[in-house]
Unconditional design. Structure first.
Length: 486
């Protein structure tokens, strides 16, 4: 795992990479003992390396991100697919979403028409993320000209699932396939009902649908996990953000939602901008100042330009004296007008004109993709993930994505502030965001360009896995949950 990865024979200008998350919440060493953490760590590492292998073999970002999430959806450790939490009424309703973008202005090879797609109220589709993928790419063949229905971004319900089973060949599973004893007992505890034998137990639940038996006993897909461990937060939305060798980005997210949510509730995972986002844009090359280190050539140039501008503004004050009515009549005819570049607002580029239409403007292209996890209602109220992208894109300083993510999901960020006096008393405001940023021309790794992995969180822990260069410049996988090493 510590050896430098080989460059694939057929690849584009970017070095592929991936970051995964498996949920965020009030995690601690008390509710995540070493034995349980070892299982989470093993799953995260396995899914990380599997996804990276696909990318290195030439897979597009969308296919790789989808692949990663399907692995999560089959793992009962995580709150999605097989292992999703129960609603207040004892049912399971899953959600999933995808979004793509590219450093290439023409867009990614798949999903470029809609860019985003989401599904909700999914009950019997084994992989909700694959259903979301079918919704995303449905308009690719006709370039989005196939009618109004072809361009829907968010779909839900039984008819959607039947379309996936009957027309797209997606796998259908019965209700009990998604159930786990751990999630059922979470559901009962949340209703203030202890999982004692005289109440409706997990075995009662299985018997109610004549679930398959093995050796006279009902199967429990969570039997290899310590069922005595309680308190693991259910805010275990999973996600993957991938960068392929051609500069395409994709984000994929899947969840069962919040334990004991109201049936029919729609969370942030299928809501574009709240729980996921991806976009790319052109900006002035000078905006790369915001990404430069304090001692870099770019930073020094910025300091010089700011000094010159301050002095130029001071110089114009010398000319203002001639505006005084007492001496205005003595103003020399040849006196030049005040410098326009310090006394006038710059011209606004019309919406219909692109940066490329402006002569003399040096441009560079940026792209970002993110996936969020945590208290979905807080993500919805703050439109968290899109807001992070907007900080990076529209702020006057053109902040890096890392800075933007921290301002939203980091300690004291917008998510935490949104909870107000309820912070720490409920799960409100808790969450984390992962992402990848690429800035055309800024970063390289040898002859190949690289993306920047970013993440932050404001709660006890964020299950995450990603690649990072070590001191020798070799890529190594990293898996973590707390801010410090477990």
């Amino acid at each position: 795992m510590t050896s430098q990865r080989k460059r694939p024979l057929d690849s584009g200008p970017y070095r592929p990479t991936v970051i995964l998350h498996g949920g965020a919440g009030a995690l601690s060493r008390d509710n995540l003992p070493p034995a349980l953490w070892a299982q989470y760590k093993a799953s995260l590492l396995k899914y990380l390396t599997s996804t990276r292998d696909l990318l290195d073999a030439g897979a597009y970002a969308l296919d790789a991100a989808t692949h990663a999430v399907t692995l999560f959806e089959d793992d009962p450790l995580f709150n999605c697919g097989r292992g999703a939490v129960f609603t207040e009424s004892g049912s399971i309703e899953m959600e999933a979403s995808l979004m793509v973008t590219s450093i290439d202005p023409k867009g990614p090879p798949q999903g470029y028409v809609k860019r985003a797609a989401a599904v909700s109220l999914v009950k019997n589709t084994r992989h909700p993320i694959l259903l979301a993928k079918q919704v995303l790419i449905a308009s690719d063949d006709d370039e989005g000209l196939g009618g109004t229905a072809a361009m829907h971004t968010h779909l839900s319900g039984r008819q959607l699932e039947e379309w996936g089973w009957n027309e797209k060949g997606l796998e259908r599973k019965p209700d009990h396939w998604f159930w786990t004893k751990k999630r059922w007992e979470e559901h009962r505890r949340g209703l203030s009902k202890s999982p004692s034998p005289d109440l409706y137990t997990y075995e009662d639940l299985l018997e109610s649908v004549n679930a398959p038996q093995q050796n006279g006993e009902y199967k429990t897909v969570f039997s290899d996990i310590d069922l005595d461990v309680i308190g693991i937060p259910s805010q275990g939305t999973v996600g993957a953000v991938t960068l392929d060798s051609w500069g395409n980005l994709a984000t994929a997210t899947s969840t069962g939602g919040l334990t004991n949510k109201k049936a029919g509730r729609i969370g942030d995972t299928p809501t574009v901008g709240a729980g996921f986002w991806a976009e790319s844009w052109d900006q002035h090359a000078e905006s790369c100042f915001a990404h430069a280190s304090p001692n870099s050539e770019i930073s020094v140039l910025r300091q010089i330009s700011e000094t010159v501008l301050r002095n130029a503004r001071a110089a114009t004050e010398c000319f203002d004296v001639w505006q005084n009515p007492l001496i205005k009549t003595h103003r020399p005819a040849e006196l030049p007008p005040p410098y326009a570049f310090v006394t006038q607002q710059p011209a606004i580029i019309p919406r219909h004109m692109s940066f490329a239409d402006q002569p003399g403007l040096a441009l560079r292209r940026r792209a970002v993709a993110m996936s969020g996890t945590g208290n979905g209602d807080s993500f919805l109220r703050t439109n968290a993930v899109r807001t992070a992208a907007s900080i990076s894109r529209f702020s006057s300083n053109k902040y890096s994505l890392s800075h933007a993510v921290t301002s939203i999901a980091g300690p004291g960020g917008e998510l935490q502030r949104s909870a107000r006096e309820r912070w720490g008393r409920t799960g409100e405001g808790q969450g984390g965001i992962i992402g990848i940023e690429i800035d055309q021309g800024l970063e390289t790794h040898g002859a190949r360009k690289t993306g920047k992995i970013v993440f932050d969180f404001n709660c006890g822990g964020l299950f995450r896995a990603y690649y990072q260069d070590n001191e020798k410049g070799q890529e190594v996988p990293r898996v973590g949950v707390f801010r410090d090493e477990y």
